[in-house]
Design a protein around this ligand. Structure first.
Ligand SMILES: Nc1ncnc2c1ncn2[C@@H]1O[C@H](COP(=O)(O)OP(=O)(O)O)[C@@H](O)[C@H]1O
Ligand SMILES: N[C@@H](CC(=O)OP(=O)(O)O)C(=O)O
Length: 451
């Protein structure tokens, strides 16, 4: 059996849903279908998830939400009408939308999560209705009914392992198609909580593990995973095959096409993932597979950058001899509830790299003051325009001179790395640069290894 996930970019219009249904019905093994909320129809369009966030905010601010509800419903109506659904069938969707503010939520964060989740919840209902309308045996399966239990933050939830036991109990008839909404699960007390943005990929992977699928097919709007972000490098090469750990490093570091957390259930279940193009289903796309029996066909598999970082550089002589130096820094960060991303160090210095999402000016001042007074470094520098370039490839550990080739090519273009870090697995190299140099660095490294 295969789990098939369609992203919002593949379900934005009636024509694209028709193409998705064609793909589902062309293979009897494609029995469980995970759907996202309708995505953008054009570059300046708004995803349904973002419209729902506006609806939630309007509700919280006690503003009139009529216009926004009209816009959201119009997206489902457009798709439903394309398939000839009647007014009454579509009214169910409209009334669920209108009723959202009347439900009880433990707090504003749960309200936000529940509103957001309805992009997927209503789309799964709609697609199941369309299939039924076409005489195809199909079922809408809700995470509440399936027992997809999550814990943690209402808008950044994590799957609870009991979900796998619950999914194992679900019976699917051989000729039946199950339509499952992506992006959310149910908390132990029965409320909706969503994964982080882009989290329908996670639902697909959870179901792939829970239903012991042979393959997890993830359909998007491009021919698989490219070796670099197509918005940075024009027409990058598509990766034929890569390992789970390569993908995890690349998706964590900026390959937004596949969610980094979605790799974990697939790895646990050892289920291969095939990222494919809805608009070109015969293209083989990218296979993501376990490390064993893998022969890389290029030294590097991909290069990516992320620009939302800041760094704290600390210099202190004999830092290596001072017991508890890092511990005291971490205690300060812990007191302010600030996580860090990386902490490369030398004999006399240490750089702590932060995700800007967890910082504000007041917090930055507070932690710098506290570190200065507690640690008393010789030099303390805050760098707020930091980017990380990540070069990943199973082929890197077998090839000599990869780092030299990368650093020489950057040097030729006057880009001087502020930090270099090679992971112990030897399949990735991380380079810190100024934010404004990040895209150029990606282009240079891509050209060096792929052209
Ligand atoms: N390395 C990459 N390979 C392929 N696509 C990428 C890459 N990096 C960024 N993207 C972008 O990711 C988009 C697909 O992701 P997304 O819009 O979230 O799809 P979906 O709606 O199918 O989940 C592509 O259209 C592409 O612009
Ligand atoms: N609709 C949600 C979840 C998701 O995964 O969407 P997509 O598959 O279109 O990236 C979001 O926009 O975050």
């Amino acid at each position: 059996m295969k789990i098939v996930k369609f992203g919002g970019s593949s379900l934005a219009t009636g024509t694209s849903v028709e193409q998705a249904l064609k793909i589902i019905l062309s293979d009897t093994e494609r029995q469980v279908v995970v759907v996202s909320a309708p995505g953008k129809r054009s570059n300046d369009d708004i995803k349904v998830t973002d419209l729902l966030i506006k609806y939630a905010n309007a509700t919280l601010n006690q503003e009139d939400p009529q216009e926004i509800v009209r816009q959201i419903f119009a997206r489902y109506q457009e798709i439903g009408q394309y398939f000839g659904l009647n007014k009454q069938e579509l009214t169910t969707i409209q009334s669920i939308l209108l009723n959202l503010p009347k439900k009880a939520y433990p707090n504003d964060s749960y309200l936000m999560a529940a509103f957001k989740a309805h992009g997927e919840r209503l789309n799964a209902r709609l697609i199941a209705m369309i299939l039924k309308h076409q005489g195809i045996k199909s079922r809408f399966l809700d995470p509440a009914e399936a027992g997809l239990i999550v814990t943690g933050e209402p808008n950044d939830a994590l799957v609870n392992p009991e979900s796998y036991l619950n999914l194992d109990q679900i019976k699917i008839a051989p000729d039946e198609r199950v339509i499952f909404p992506g992006f959310f699960g149910i908390t132990p007390s029965g409320h909706i909580a969503t994964f982080s943005r882009g989290g329908s990929d996670i639902t697909g992977a959870i179901l792939a593990r829970g239903f012991h699928a042979d393959l997890y097919e993830n359909f998007t709007d491009v021919n698989g995973i490219f070796a670099a972000n197509p918005h940075i490098v024009a027409h990058p090469r598509s990766i034929k095959q890569m390992t789970y750990r390569e993908m995890r490093e690349l998706s964590y570091a900026g390959f937004s096409v596949f969610h980094d957390e979605a790799l974990i259930p697939a790895i646990q279940g050892q289920i291969p993932i095939n990222v494919k193009n809805t608009h070109e289903p015969d293209n083989p796309g990218t296979m993501i597979v376990p490390e064993k029996n893998f022969e890389p066909d290029n030294t590097i598999t991909g290069v990516t950058s992320q620009k939302h970082f800041s760094a704290l550089y600390l210099h202190k002589y004999l830092l290596n001899k001072e017991a508890g130096f890092t511990l005291r820094i971490l205690q300060i960060l812990y007191q302010h509830n600030i996580p860090y991303e990386h902490m490369p160090s030398g004999i006399d210095d240490i750089t702590i790299i932060f995700n800007n999402d967890f910082l504000n000016d007041q917090l930055i001042d507070q932690i710098c003051n506290e570190i200065q007074s507690t640690i008393n470094p010789d030099q303390l520098e805050w760098i707020d325009d930091y980017a990380i370039i990540m070069i990943v490839g199973e082929g890197m550990k077998k090839t000599h001179g990869v780092s030299r080739k990368i650093l020489d090519s950057l040097d030729e273009h006057q880009i001087s790395p502020q930090m270099i870090n090679q992971g112990a697995s030897q399949i990735s190299m991380m380079i810190g640069t100024k934010k404004e140099k990040a895209d150029e660095a990606v282009k240079i490294i891509y050209r060096q290894f792929f052209n």
